[in-house]
Design a protein around this ligand. Sequence first.
Ligand code: IVH
Length: 702
Amino acid sequence: MTEFTPEIQHRVQQLRRSLQQAGYAYYVLDAPEMEDSVYDRLYRELQDLELAYPGLITPDSPTQRVGAKPATQFNSVRHNIPLYSLENAFSLEELRAWEDRWRKVLENAKFPISPRETPLYVCELKIDGSALALTYEQGILVRGATRGDGTTGEAITQNVKTIRAIPLRLDLDNPPEIIEVRGEAFLSLKVFDQINQERQRMGDALFANPRNAAAGTLRQLDSRIVAQRRLDFFAYTLHLPQTSGFTLNSQGEALELLQKMGFKVNPNRQLCRSLEEVQTYFEHWDGARRQLSYMTDGIVVKVNPLDFQETLGFTQKFPRWAIALKYPAEEAPTQVKAVTIQVGRTGALTPVAELEPVHLAGTTVQRATLHNRDRLAELDLHLGDTVIVRKAGEIIPEVVRILVELRPVEATRFQMPTHCPECNQPVVHPEGEAVTRCINASCPAILRGSLVHWCSRNALDINGLGEKLVVQMIQQQLVRSIADLYRLTVEQLLTLERMGQKLATKLIQAIATSKHQPWARVLYGLGIRHVGSVNAEVLAQQFPTVEQLAGATPAEIATVYGIGPEIAQSVYQWFQVPVNQDLVESLKQANLQLGIQLEKQFQDADPSNPSNSPGVTNLNSGSNSLAFAGKTVVITGTLPTLKRDEAKQMIQAAGGKVTGSVSAKTDYLLLGADAGSKLQKAQELGVPQLSEAEFLKILKRY
Ligand code: IVH
C-alpha cells in the first residue's frame, strides 16, 4: 500500500469535513453555502487522494455514498427492535376513543398521569414513503435496512448511503456505541414526476405514487441508479442504549436530538396539550399539505413523555402511544363508459377506463389508467361498472376498486384484445411480465410513438412537430421511419390538413436545425428502453460514435459509470434488431447526403465554448473525430493546401483507410486539381467526391 504523509492525511480529513458540512447545508438545512463547482473540485481532490492512498478511505467519506458495483441480492436482517406499524383513525371521535384507551392502560398500571411540564402530545406529519432503520456504531452508519415485515427486513446499506439527508457520521463528540434511527425515505413530488415522465417516454410502467417509487428505488440492486433518483429522508424515531449518557424525556426532545446529530427532521411538528390542539393542527395540514413538496397522507399523534410510552408499550402490531389520523382520501365513485387501449412507443398495450366525468382533487377526471392485464384481472372490470377513482397531487388518476354491488346485470367483462388495435397483428405476453405487447415493428402506433419521442424537447427538440402532425404524416405515408423526416419537403407538408406555406417552411427548418443536436440527444431520441436523457449523456461520453456503441458487448457497456447490467443489455439488444440497424444506417446516410451542414456536423458539443454550436446527428463522428471510421478513401490530384501524406495521416487518425485505386469498396474520392483516371473510375462507380475544403470541414479543421 502506498505510504501517505501526515500532511496528506490531514488534507483528506479537511476535505471530508468541508464536503460533509457543505452537503449538510445543502441537503438537510436546504441552505446551500458552497458553489457546486467548488464542491465538485474538492470532491474530486478527495477522490484522487483516496485513489492514490486507498488506506485513507473510511466508510463515512463523502465519496462512499455510491457503490462501485451493483449488488446481486440483499441480505435479510432481523431488527433488534421490531418496526411497528401505526393504528389508523379517521375522525376526532376515534382519536378520543384512543385517548380513553391509553389513559385507562396507564390507570390500570397505577401510573400517575398528573399534569406535567411536558406537553401531552407531539404531532408530526405522516410522510408517505418507505420506513428505514439505520444503525450507527460509534457514530458511523453501518447498516440501513427496510422495514420488511417489521421483524425481518433487507440490508440495503449501500442504497441508504446515497441519500444525502442521511449522515454517514453523526455530529456528536462522544457518540454512543450503538444507536438506531428510524424515519421515512421519500421522493419529492418533483422528482417523482420527473421519474414517471421519463418512464412514460421510455415506455416503462409508471409508478402509481411516490411511495411505490421510493420503495422500488430502495430495492434497486444498483446503488448508482438509486443515487440518480435523489431520495430524501426525515428521521422520527431514536433508540438509544441505556448507557448512552443522554437523558431524553420526550419524543419532542428525541426529535431535537436527532436534528442536532445531523438528521433532517420534519420542521412541521408541533407540541400539543390537548386533542383540541391536535385537531387544529390536523385541519391546518389537511389544507396546507398541498403546498408541501412531498406527499403526506395524514398526521401522526404521539404521546410525548417517554415514560408514558414505556408503560404503554405495544399491542401485537401497534404502539399504544401513537396513532395516525388520516386525511380523507381523494377518491370518488364514477361509471366506466368504455375501455380503450393505448399502444405506446414500445408496443405496450395500456387499458384506459373512459369515465363519466367526475370532480376530484380540483380537476375533472375523464380517464383513468387500468395499468395492465394483471391489474385488469385483479379488478375483474366489467363495462358499466361503478369504480372508485383516485387522484392525488400530480399523479395520473387510477381505478382503485370496483363497487361490484352496483354492477348492471347485463354488464360484460372487459378482456384485453388478442390483436393490436392499431395494426391488427397478434399481441404477445412476455413471460414474467404483466405487459401485453405488440411486436409488429411496423405497427403505426410504435412508429407514431417513436417519432413523437424523437421530436420531443429532450431529444431532437423539433419545435412544432407534435403528435397530431405525426399522425397525419403517417396516414399520408410521408414518413415510414425517423430518417424519412429528413427527406420531407415543404411541398409534401403542404398536402397535410391546415398546413400553409409559412408553417411548412418553419417545420422543415426546425427539422433541419435538429440535425445540429448532439449525439447524446440523438441517442436518447432513439428511444432505447432504459436510456433516458441522463443515461444517454453518460453513454455518449463513453461511446463517442454510434459504431462504437453498436459494436460494444453488454459487459463493455456496463463498465460505464451509472449504467447497470439491465440498461447495458437493453442497449445491446436494441442494436441487434435489424429494423434498428436499418434506422441507424439511414440516419447516417441522411447525415451525409441530405445537405446537413457539415461544419457543425462534426463539431463537439462544448458548452464552455459558446461559439461552438452543438455537434449534429453525429452518428458517424465523435468527440475524438472518428469521422472516417471504417471508411476507405482514395486521394487523387493536387490538393490546394495539403500534401497527400498529410491528408493520408489525417484520414487514418480519423479511423479511415487510404488505398491507391478506386473500386466498388471505395467510400470517398478526395479530389484535387488535375485528376485523371481515378476520377473517371469514381464517376463510373458513383463514388462520392470530397473537395479538400469539405474534407477539412469533416475533420473540424478549416
Ligand atoms: S412513527 C412505532 N412517525 O407510517 C412508531 N411513522 O402507517 C411507528 N410514517 O410504518 C412509526 N411518517 O413508515 C411514524 N412521523 C412519522 C411517520 C411515520 C410516516 C410511516 C411509517 C410507519 C407508517 C405506518
